[in-house]
Design a protein around this ligand. Structure first.
Ligand SMILES: Cc1cc2nc3c(=O)[nH]c(=O)nc-3n(C[C@H](O)[C@H](O)[C@H](O)COP(=O)(O)O)c2cc1C
Length: 208
């Protein structure tokens, strides 16, 4: 009896996710990779986690810097996602030509992203062939709104520009920005004409 790798992938592929780029900076060097194993962990304190393959070239840079930023990609950033998932010079030497701003920790967040989370690594756990990084959120933003854990964090970042570029202060989703989704090993775009179904329709019954 065993769990086959391919079957593991097949089953996990049924779980639809968003797509992010997890990136860090060590000195002048920027590194990042496409990640969908990103999870919100705790509200108080604010914690998130990402799982990084032990063979990842970004892994040593994450360990060295002690921080990372997670950019949630929009459906217009699929090509960036593809680039950050390749072993190319574009990826390793030119940060996929992605425009970015520096977040509170010093990590880069991608311009045009749907939202970002900027975190300081507070723990690393073994996760089989992956390393699990727990990050405490120092800054996060979406929809033109940015919040910082403390004033020092705010001083260090260039996020003001990021928020000015991504105008709009309402709590409503940005109509021109939609998440990039990943499902069954393929990129997907969400349907914009979602209508909430009734329970009656689900059971094909009349509930009155
Ligand atoms: C949609 C998608 C999600 C991915 N999620 C992860 C992930 O959660 N963790 C990971 O280590 N690699 C993940 N990868 C694979 C890496 O992005 C890919 O192996 C990349 O080339 C690693 O770059 P690096 O070696 O420079 O770190 C994902 C790839 C794709 C396309």
């Amino acid at each position: 009896m065993t769990i086959e790798k391919e079957f593991f992938r097949q089953v996990m592929g049924q779980f639809a996710t968003g797509v992010t780029v997890v990136a860090t900076a060590t000195g002048a060097r920027l590194s990042g990779l496409t990640v969908n194993s990103f999870t919100s962990v705790s509200l108080n304190p604010p914690l998130v986690l990402v799982c990084i393959d032990l063979t990842s070239q970004t892994l040593p840079f994450l360990r060295a810097s002690g921080h990372f930023a997670v950019s949630f990609l929009t459906n217009e950033q699929e090509s960036l996602s593809r680039c950050f998932a390749t072993t190319s010079a574009e990826h390793y030497d030119r940060f996929c030509h992605a425009p970015y701003h520096i977040a509170a920790t010093g990590s880069p967040i991608l311009d045009g992203a749907l939202a970002f989370v900027d975190a300081r690594i507070v723990a690393e756990y073994p996760g089989g062939d992956h390393a699990i990084f727990m990050g405490q959120v120092e800054a996060m933003g979406s929809n033109g709104k940015v919040q910082f854990l403390n004033p020092v964090a705010k001083e260090r970042s260039t996020l003001t520009e990021w928020s000015e570029e991504d105008q709009g202060s309402s709590q409503e989703p940005q109509p021109d920005k939609w998440p990039l989704a990943y499902y069954l090993g393929q990129y997907r775009h969400l349907a914009r004409d979602y209508k909430r179904p009734s329970l009656a329709a689900y059971y094909d019954e009349d509930f009155d």
